[in-house]
Ligand binder design. Structure first.
Ligand SMILES: *Cc1c(COP(=O)(O)O)cnc(C)c1O
Length: 393
């Protein structure tokens, strides 16, 4: 098939929920991908932060193929080894108490929301169920996680949305306190708002929210679906904010391309999702968990230090060009936002056409999330394309 064939068949048979770039990708090697017409692309997107180990990582391939041969799936009515290993590793490396596995970020957040409401119900009874989230946040596409998302553009068509969400202003602790009342059971937030525009929260704000939550027995839920699993240079981003969340959600990069996610719960609330209160058919799937185990094994302190260094290199290089179209360079590790004064969507279109896969975020930001394994050579090749396009504005 050619690019054109794949594109035509897609348009003919898949519901039109996406505005896609005109490229059909066929294969890849680490952060260098190839389309059906043989053209190559440097990958500064990794899906959307999903292919954390790039394409063709040997340890990951071996782990998932061996598991697929042994046992592709068992229901959660039985015990399996890969998920038990993923859980042990995550718990030991985060200091949390336990984990519930899901298949996606939205489901992970649904789990955290259910956990918080159950915690509060068990302790205080009904009607203490409100969850405070932040403006510009993104928490998923289910009816409930859309309600949790603090952007009006997402609150359309699908009425009625789940009730019990209120929105506060990022980096404004008074706004969070004002949003809380005796019906509040949790605050849910990203530490770097990803879809909202790669907007990092201030450390003092986050710590302020954490202490306010602790004082009022409000659970602190951190959505690390995008920032987690090494993306920002630590296993989870919350480690860099000096806080102890009650629950942390993750998905995107955890299994390096397979659908997997979950919610990690701290001792404070881990016991509240008791038998029968929550479940999933696929969550904890052995092949996905084997993939996650390969990812977690790859994320050594040296590997994570390298992510931090590569991210700093990209940010400093872009800032150093001093281009008039660039309004700011933000982010942590390999989660990078470049604010631009031109149309971000048009600029990313030109990047793709020139052989660099990148993402948009917010209203004015080019978002870069390469595989964590990207090489210096691939970074420089991508930066050359980025510089050429941004210089043309
Ligand atoms: C992508 C994302 C989600 C939703 O994840 P899905 O796997 O698409 O359901 C939720 N929260 C954040 C912060 C995200 O970046």
């Amino acid at each position: 098939m050619t690019n054109q064939d794949v594109m035509q068949q897609t348009e003919d048979y898949i519901l039109g929920t996406y505005k896609r770039f005109p490229v059909a990708l066929e294969s890849g090697e680490n952060a260098t991908l190839k389309d059906f017409d043989g053209k190559t692309y440097i990958d500064f997107a990794s899906g959307i932060g999903v292919c954390s180990l790039g394409c063709g990582n040997e340890a990951w391939l071996a782990a998932i193929t061996e598991q697929a041969k042994k046992l592709p799936h068992v229901s959660n009515l039985f015990y399996t080894e890969p998920a038990a290993t993923t859980a042990k590793t995550l718990v030991e490396r985060t200091g949390m108490q336990g984990v519930f596995f899901s298949n996606s970020g939205a489901e992970a957040n649904e789990g955290a929301i259910k956990l918080a409401r159950k915690y509060s119900f068990d302790k205080y009874g009904a009607r203490r169920h409100t969850i405070v989230t932040l403006q510009h946040s993104f928490h998923g596409r289910t009816i409930t996680t859309l309600a949790a998302t603090g952007q009006d553009v997402f609150h359309n068509y699908f009425f009625p949305f789940t009730e019990g969400f209120v929105y506060a202003t990022p980096n404004d602790i008074e706004s969070v306190k004002d949003a809380c009342d005796k019906s509040t059971c949790a605050v849910l937030m990203e530490l770097i708002q990803g879809e909202g525009g790669v907007l990092p929260l201030d450390q003092s704000f986050v710590q302020g929210v954490a202490s306010y939550c602790k004082e009022n027995d409000i659970l602190l839920l951190i959505d690390e679906v995008q920032t987690g699993v090494g993306r920002t240079g630590t296993l989870f981003c919350f480690e860099q904010y000096g806080i102890e969340p009650d629950a942390v959600t993750f998905a995107k990069g955890i299994a390096a391309g397979l659908p997997f996610g979950g919610v990690l719960a701290a001792k404070s609330c881990a016991g509240n999702l008791s038998a029968g209160t929550h479940a999933t058919t696929f969550g904890g799937n052995p092949i996905c968990a084997a993939g996650a185990n390969a990812v977690l094994a790859a994320l050594t302190p040296e590997f994570l230090a390298d992510v931090t260094q590569k991210g700093a290199y990209i940010r400093e290089t872009v800032a150093g060009w001093n281009l008039p179209v660039v309004t700011s360079v933000r982010g942590l590790g390999l989660m990078i936002g470049i604010g631009v004064s031109c149309s971000h969507r048009e600029a990313v279109g030109k990047l793709v056409e020139s052989g660099l896969l990148a993402l948009t975020a917010g209203t004015d930001t080019i978002r870069l999330m390469p595989p964590l394994t990207i090489t210096k050579g691939e970074i420089d090749a991508g930066l050359a394309i980025l510089k050429a396009i941004l210089s043309s504005y």
